[in-house]
Design a protein around this ligand. Structure first.
Ligand SMILES: Nc1nc2c(ncn2[C@@H]2O[C@H](COP(=O)(O)OP(=O)(O)OP(=O)(O)O)[C@@H](O)[C@H]2O)c(=O)[nH]1
Ligand SMILES: [Mg+2]
Length: 194
């Protein structure tokens, strides 16, 4: 969190985290395509020619007020591919809330679990933990055949019982429900600190 007292602005950082190809960038693209121009900045994406995120995607949105101050939410995605571990660490710096975008396909279960452990490890280095951090889960790609059941995903990934959402990010299903939930969770957390 960063407060600009002169402008009465609160900057909050939300990071979309998850394994490679789970749909993190697709979430931001959908949000960007639907929000009114007055509420959003440009979507900045750094991608390979195969459309994989290299460093991060970034956009800023403005919604509501917290104790008279204008909150600006800075949305980032991390690159999910295993070898971008150090980028993920850098992007997590100063994070206020996380959306974990899981891939619902059974063959990605292991990647989901590993990425969640990678996230917890990175938070720990910053003296934080998923146990008491504002975060939510999106089970994405629910449109694909043979996806894992929500029960099973919950058992394997949601060990702290955080809010969870089903998503079909390519169609926008669940994208705003997830965003609203993480924003509410972050705002609740921040209000206690102000
Ligand atoms: N069928 C289906 N495909 C999806 C869905 N969401 C995303 N995709 C596709 O999955 C692929 C990867 O999506 P991205 O949003 O680039 O994934 P990412 O998590 O940003 O991947 P990295 O940047 O490599 O970590 C793209 O081809 C998307 O169109 C979904 O809900 N259903
Ligand atoms: Mg991406």
């Amino acid at each position: 969190m960063f407060i600009n007292w002169a402008l009465q602005e609160i900057n909050l950082k939300i990071v979309y985290y998850g394994p490679g190809m789970s749909g993190k960038t697709t979430n931001l693209e959908y949000i960007h395509s639907k929000l009114d121009d007055s509420l959003k900045g440009d979507l900045v994406s750094l991608k390979t020619k195969e459309d994989r995120t290299i460093f991060f995607d970034f956009m800023q949105i403005e919604v509501g007020r917290i104790k008279g101050k204008k909150p600006k939410f800075n949305l980032y995605t991390v690159p999910g591919q295993v070898y971008y571990a150090s980028s993920r660490k850098v992007i997590l710096n100063g994070v206020d809330g996380i959306v974990f975008v899981a891939d619902s396909q059974p063959h990605r279960m292991e990647a989901n679990v590993e990425t969640l452990l990678d996230l917890e490890k990175n938070l720990k280095q910053d003296n934080q933990s998923l146990e008491d951090f504002p975060w939510v889960i999106q089970y994405n790609k629910r449109d694909l055949p043979g996806v894992e059941s929500i029960d099973e995903l919950q058992k394997r990934l949601n060990f702290f019982g955080v809010p969870h959402f089903e998503g079909v990010a390519v169609r926008g299903d669940g994208v705003f429900a997830t965003l609203k939930s993480v924003i509410n969770t972050v705002v609740e957390h921040v209000q206690k600190e102000l």
